[in-house]
Design a binder for this molecule. Structure first.
Ligand code: RP5
Length: 174
């Protein structure tokens, strides 16, 4: 895979970075080239428009956009680009309780979808971006299959530990 970024991670403020870093960590784990920057729908609206307009022609395939409070960034980017946009609602300093961020990103009108993950769930945004790229890249898809298998294995190891202390008929029958 070349170093050409395939995923663009953008956030409304550098104060979102502690959450959004989880998406970057996932992409690094899967060796997917990405770029990361601050693009604010309210404070740098023209930068947001330009970013969204140029994203596809610059070779990006997916955009992950995170914001908190009146979180317009993911939806506005989705309104401009034809690329898939994954929205990460962030419980930021200006968010009342997180619901404002969730609903601002989730409740998009028909015609302009944003794939909204759970509150602060930038890790899942990274995984979803990986799966979108993996749909047309067998190497990435196989890596995602291995990731899922290792997740299952780690749960089964915990089940085994529990069973040794707290026996139950279901696991005993396995
Ligand atoms: C949103 O406002 C940003 O995405 C961030 O979550 C929140 C607070 O931004 P700062 O005031 O910390 O820069 O637009």
């Amino acid at each position: 895979m070349s170093n050409q970024p395939l995923v663009g991670i953008v956030m409304g403020s550098d104060s979102d970075l502690s959450v959004m870093k989880d998406a970057a960590d996932v992409l690094q784990f899967f060796h997917i080239p990405f770029e990361l920057t601050v693009v604010s729908a309210h404070r740098t609206p023209l930068r947001m428009v330009t970013y969204a307009q140029q994203a596809a022609e610059r070779g990006l395939q997916v955009i992950i956009a995170g914001a908190g409070g009146a979180a317009h960034l993911p939806g506005m980017i989705a309104s401009i680009t034809a690329l898939p946009v994954i929205g990460v609602p962030i419980k930021s300093s200006n968010s009342i309780d997180g619901w404002d961020s969730v609903l601002s990103i989730l409740q998009m009108p028909n015609g302009v979808p944003v794939a909204t993950v759970a509150l602060n769930a930038a890790k899942n945004a990274g995984l979803l971006a990986t799966q979108i790229i993996g749909a047309s890249n067998e190497h990435i898809r196989k890596a995602m299959e291995a990731y899922k298998q290792s997740m299952e294995q780690s749960v089964l190891e915990k089940v085994h530990l529990l069973q040794s202390q707290w026996p139950n008929e279901f696991d005993a029958a396995e």
